[in-house]
Unconditional design. Structure first.
Length: 418
């Protein structure tokens, strides 16, 4: 596993926070990779889809923290300490999951949070904390069950010392009484790569690699899916569809037979159903590293024998991959034990969450799946919801619930499948 740890990240670290607070710039400072790879994102300057960037963390055996800590991007190709010139020691490989901050993209953010073992929470020091999506992202992280967090107080290079101290107090007040009240707050300038070593040190201290059981039946949450063939590729050279996601338990090997649930939409005689897909794993990659076996952690590219038309343009996002007949059930309707928030998050002014109503439409997030549903029965703390698109999930799985308020899907609560 030690050699595997150098090839495949075994820890997923998310970035979260309000739009334009510098999350993607911070990921670039840590990894040297600009995670917003899509042309529409580059034009608009915001993250639209889940991005990812891998790096290795190194430590100088001679220097004291924080100056002892590096990533591949900050260490340089010789992997020597820039202070004492000692050879750096490999600590672990990690994957940064970059999710959108924009209010219209909360569903994508919640899907990304399902992949995280811990989070770097980014706050702009030049703006009052919390901003609407600061509050909304923190609530989503709480709902998903994230427990390990480092706060980055970004853009300290553009504010006065007094404003930086005031912002620090605002952050502490915002987190007071929550699971993250003792999270470290690291002041940085992501743009100028200032204090990045202190951030890496904090990540090492606060976000451990989870212990996982590789003997469990394997399961991967699909966060992306691709057709990697270029236009005009000869038929004999076509490659099968590729799935991108995170393995949450067990392991996959090249040559494994797999099942994908709930699968693809099929319409016959006016009736719509979903059929599971069965195929074979032809390749496994972590970043640019080819793997024979892939374990939980990091974002894995899984080559298959699927027709690439099935995987193009993220068609299979929200599916779950496993061994045939070993996956959780597919739910066409959910019975939830739910808990509503007191206030709608994501709005400038706090608004009371109204009770669920029979017949209303909701957006439901389960793992990386995003679907709409209609409430058919509702009690004080339980509800039955018929889904437009079925989901594959375990009984007891955590669900995020959103409602349309002011023409936007707003997070209003969470629940568990019963």
């Amino acid at each position: 596993m030690e050699e595997q740890a150098k090839l495949q990240p075994l820890t997923n670290i998310g970035t979260a926070g309000h739009v334009d607070h510098g999350k993607t710039t911070l990921v670039e400072a840590l990894t040297g990779i600009w995670a917003a790879r899509y042309s529409e994102e580059l034009k608009r300057g915001i993250t639209l889809k889940i991005g990812y960037a891998d790096t290795a963390i190194y430590k100088c055996p001679s220097c004291e923290p924080p100056r002892a800590y590096y990533t591949e991007a900050t260490a340089g190709p010789d992997l020597k300490c820039k202070y004492c010139k000692s050879d750096l020691v490999f600590e672990r490989r990690v994957s940064f999951v970059d999710v959108p901050g924009h209010e219209m993209l909360m569903a994508v953010m919640i899907a990304g949070a399902a992949l995280m073992d811990g989070v770097v929470f980014v706050v702009d020091a030049s703006q009052k904390c919390p901003r609407p999506q600061t509050r909304e992202h923190f609530t989503a992280l709480s709902i998903i069950g994230i427990k390990n967090m480092v706060v980055v107080q970004n853009k300290v290079d553009v504010v006065s010392k007094e404003r930086a101290l005031e912002n620090h107090r605002e952050i502490r007040e915002f987190l007071s009484g929550t699971w993250a009240e003792n999270a470290p707050i690291i002041p940085v300038s992501a743009l100028h790569k200032v204090n990045i070593d202190a951030l890496i040190w904090a990540i090492e201290e606060e976000i451990p690699t989870p212990r996982r059981d590789p003997s469990k039946d394997p399961m991967m949450l699909v966060a992306r899916s691709f057709d990697v063939n270029k236009p005009g590729t000869p038929i004999k050279e076509l490659r099968g569809g590729v799935l991108g996601g995170t393995i949450i338990q067990g392991s996959f090997s090249v040559g494994d037979e797999i099942e994908i649930r709930p699968g693809i939409r099929v319409e016959e005689r006016g009736k719509v159903s979903y059929e599971a897909l069965f195929t074979e794993v032809t390749s496994l990659k972590s970043g640019e590293n080819k793997l024979k076996v892939a374990y939980p952690g990091g974002l894995i590219g899984m080559g298959t024998k699927l027709d690439p038309s099935l995987t193009k343009s993220d068609n299979l996002i929200g599916n779950v991959v496993g061994r045939p007949d070993k996956l959780p059930p597919v739910w066409k309707e959910l019975e939830l034990e739910f808990h509503l928030l007191e206030r709608v998050v994501g709005l400038e002014e706090l608004k009371t969450v109204e009770p669920l109503k029979k017949g209303e439409g909701l957006m439901i997030n389960v793992g990386t799946a995003i679907t709409l549903g209609r409430v058919t029965e509702v009690g004080k703390e339980s509800a039955r919801i018929i889904l437009n698109v079925p989901v594959c999930a375990t009984e007891g799985a955590r669900v995020a619930i959103s409602r349309q308020i002011m023409n936007r899907w707003r997070l209003i609560g969470y629940g568990y499948i019963v």
